[in-house]
Design a protein around this ligand. Structure first.
Ligand SMILES: CC(C)(COP(=O)(O)OP(=O)(O)OC[C@H]1O[C@@H](n2cnc3c(N)ncnc32)[C@H](O)[C@@H]1OP(=O)(O)O)[C@@H](O)C(=O)NCCC(=O)NCCS
Length: 144
């Protein structure tokens, strides 16, 4: 897998990847998520490609206190071959280079396979509750 930074021409393939991996939800607009990411730490938005086709993604972030990883995805037919962990390690390396001391990330409590994946990669559950407030409504208002 070749890992590189996302470029605007990747958007269609990346959104298709997220859809195939079940990461798109009615209350998030993937196109807007991409546009916002390109305006903040775009170089932490990575894609993985095999034979010129995008088959993996990871959207890293760093706020000066904690790092984050969103949209970690590997196309189903390429899963369980080590690509997800390799991409996660690349985000970790880049965050470490920025001086980031810890990554906090969110996984839906119903997504036990992915929790197991992260635990296998050295992550542990923290005793915290994730609290959120939406500032900009996205997606289809009927499904929000
Ligand atoms: C999470 C995801 C990116 C993992 O990618 P992957 O390429 O399949 O993972 P890897 O092959 O690198 O797996 C690394 C380790 O995690 C383990 N693992 C991977 N998927 C697992 C699963 N479903 N259950 C248990 N362990 C799992 C692997 O067995 C491997 O351990 P090993 O080295 O001891 O064999 C991939 O499953 C995915 O795209 N899921 C759908 C999207 C998603 O939900 N993303 C997370 C959003 S929060």
């Amino acid at each position: 897998m070749n890992i590189r930074c996302f470029t605007s021409s990747d958007a269609q393939q990346v959104i298709a990847l997220w859809q195939e991996c079940g990461l798109t939800v009615p209350w998030n607009d993937p196109q807007k998520d991409i546009e916002r990411k390109l305006s903040v730490e775009a170089d932490l938005f990575l894609v993985g490609e095999l034979e010129g086709r995008i088959m993996a993604s990871a959207m890293g972030g760093y706020d000066g206190h904690r790092g984050s990883v969103n949209y970690l995805a590997v196309l189903p037919r390429h899963q369980k071959k080590g690509f997800g962990e390799a991409l996660l390690r690349e985000v970790e390396t880049r965050l470490l280079e920025l001086g980031c001391p810890k990554i906090n990330l969110m996984v839906r409590t119903t997504n036990q396979p992915v929790i197991s994946f992260y635990e296998g990669c050295g992550y542990t559950k923290d005793p915290v509750v994730c609290i959120g407030k939406r500032l900009i409504p996205d997606g289809d208002p009927a499904k929000r």
